[in-house]
Design a protein around this ligand. Sequence first.
Ligand code: DGP
Length: 115
Amino acid sequence: MAEETIFRKIIDKEIPSETLYQDQYVTAFRDISPQAPVHILIIPNKLIPTANDIQVEDEVLVGKLYTVAKQLAKEEGIAESGYRLIMNCNSDGGQEVYHIHLHLLGGKKLGKLVS
Ligand code: DGP
């Protein structure tokens, strides 16, 4: 059984975050350590630890991460200038929190993807 992370406490509002969107499936909030002028995390309310754990029955839920992301990009005023959506997986991918999350990054010209 996968262990809950700090993101569960954010979903349940047990710890503060700047939540920008929440419904019964998805929560989005600003990253605590922004890597760009806009840095938002979009997560499923259901715990899925890594991209490796995404199941066929999660396809609609994972797709919703993207529709919420594009809506937030529009609200943040970066839809036309552009942005990046990233999901890190496991150690080499740089994943630190084991509850999948889509990073929405923008608000400046972003550098190369891999360093
Ligand atoms: P990743 O490396 O892909 O697992 O990204 C995890 C992100 O989560 C990282 O950019 C920092 C962010 N983060 C970690 N803990 C917290 C928290 O308590 N609050 C918020 N808002 N963001 C957090």
